[in-house]
Ligand binder design. Structure first.
Ligand SMILES: Cc1cc2nc3c(=O)[nH]c(=O)nc-3n(C[C@H](O)[C@H](O)[C@H](O)COP(=O)(O)OP(=O)(O)OC[C@H]3O[C@@H](n4cnc5c(N)ncnc54)[C@H](O)[C@@H]3O)c2cc1C
Length: 389
């Protein structure tokens, strides 16, 4: 391919497609190279509904404050207007998370593709980018693509290898927005159980405290609130940390004790093993009784001592685990290029830009990561549009 494109976008995911939509060039001046089909990952976002932004984006919730300029230049409100023009109406749930009115990620993908209908798409894997007079992009098939500007929008897998000739500095890759395997007193029988609770952790005085639903896996915990905990832990470099689940958040420990004392005084036919009936999920109740080492659970509840009631209540209000490893699956791979080393999302190599997950940026669940993809994709397009005017 001897043609020199004005812009080559490597990766046609959220940030790459948004960047392509925001470039003001003739379509035949732009090429998108993607090893997969365009926008494929968008289809699985938000469980197929695509949580594409958040009404209440709080910059402090990203891992770095350096996102501020980029997000503010194209924030959630501009994003909403932009998608409106593309044919996507957005609604917000009570937590402020924005979804397409149709609740279909497929619509987001299709409208983004409609905006770049005539842009050239090359379905191949990029293995190396170098620069002489112009950029030379080597692809798996052996072909080369030439371009004056390159936008890296391929996420954080292999980025370092692709750009190795430029001697840029990269942050170590880590999994973010994922669950944790836990190693203290876990019981695999909890698998499949879900519980609403307050999740708490403390990393050298930086406190995480969020309400949500925890899902128990075979060997650990997951769910949106745990994903958010993983982003917070990552931000504070926490490893092997203690997490505390406060179950039954609508009542205090004293109120729970009163209920159990009432049962021990009035429920003649209730056995200790059933002391939490109607209060907790049976599997969780069983786990708490075992973990608290309550003996002889076949005896009537009227035999429970005050000390045992205290221990049980304490365990319910402060169920703790040690989180060590993250799971393989994650929503975001942190690492990539540090924003500090970039100038308006351009690397020290003139004409080489990065956006989306290629940057070491991540936020909690709730539309933060797609918002970064849109904002940074748009920002890069704006920079390139400016250079060429
Ligand atoms: C299951 C799941 C659900 C998610 N849900 C949400 C959500 O609801 N809301 C939210 O805000 N965030 C969500 N995220 C995170 C969000 O999807 C990402 O932050 C976002 O997609 C990042 O955009 P990107 O353009 O940087 O990368 P991607 O969207 O990953 O796109 C990168 C593209 O580059 C291509 N590529 C990679 N390497 C090469 C190469 N060498 N050569 C050519 N092409 C290459 C890939 O095929 C891909 O198409 C979710 C993530 C996952 C995994």
């Amino acid at each position: 391919m001897d043609k020199i494109f004005e812009v080559a976008i490597i990766g046609g995911g959220a940030s790459g497609l948004f960047c392509a939509n925001s470039l003001r060039f003739n379509s035949d001046e732009i090429i998108i190279i993607d090893k997969s089909s365009l926008g494929k990952k968008l289809l699985v976002t938000g469980n197929g509904r695509c949580n594409l932004t958040n009404k209440n984006i709080d910059i402090d919730k990203y891992n770095t404050i350096l996102t501020k300029e980029v997000i503010e230049s194209f924030d959630q409100f501009k994003t909403i207007q932009y998608f409106k023009k593309l044919g996507i109406e957005i609604y917000f749930d009570k937590e402020g998370r924005g979804y397409p009115l149709s609740d279909k990620a497929k619509d987001v993908k299709e409208r983004l593709l409609a905006g770049i209908e005539n842009v050239k798409y090359l379905n191949d894997e990029v293995i190396k980018v170098t620069k002489n007079q112009v950029f030379e992009i080597k692809i798996m098939s052996g072909e080369k693509v030439f371009a004056r500007n390159v936008v890296m929008a391929c996420g954080n897998n292999n980025l370092e290898k692709i750009l190795e000739g430029f001697k840029l500095s990269f942050e170590r890759q880590k999994k973010v927005l994922t669950g944790f395997k836990v190693n203290k007193g876990y019981d695999c029988h909890l698998f499949g159980t879900r519980v609403n609770c307050v999740v708490k952790a403390n990393f050298n005085g930086n406190k995480f405290c969020e309400n949500g639903q925890v899902q128990f896996k075979k060997d650990g915990i997951s769910g949106i609130v745990v994903f958010n905990l993983s982003a917070f832990a990552q931000k504070h470099n926490a490893q092997n940390f203690r997490v505390e689940l406060e179950l039954l958040p609508s009542i205090t420990k004293d109120e729970l004790m009163k209920i159990l004392i009432f049962r021990s005084q009035n429920c003649q036919n209730l056995l200790v093993k059933d002391v939490f009936v109607g209060i907790l999920d049976p599997q969780i109740a069983k786990y708490i009784l075992t973990r608290t080492k309550i003996e002889n659970q076949q005896r009537p509840v009227i035999n429970l001592t005050l000390k045992e009631i205290e221990k049980l209540s304490q365990s319910v209000k402060s169920l703790d685990f040690i989180c060590n490893e993250t799971y393989e699956d994650c929503q975001v791979l942190s690492g990539g290029i540090d924003l500090k080393s970039l100038d308006n999302l351009q690397t020290k190599v003139e004409g080489l830009y990065v956006c989306g997950e290629c940057c070491n940026v991540y936020g909690p669940c709730g539309g933060y990561n797609l918002q970064w993809a849109w904002s940074s994709g748009h920002f890069v397009a704006k920079m390139i549009n400016k250079r060429l005017n």
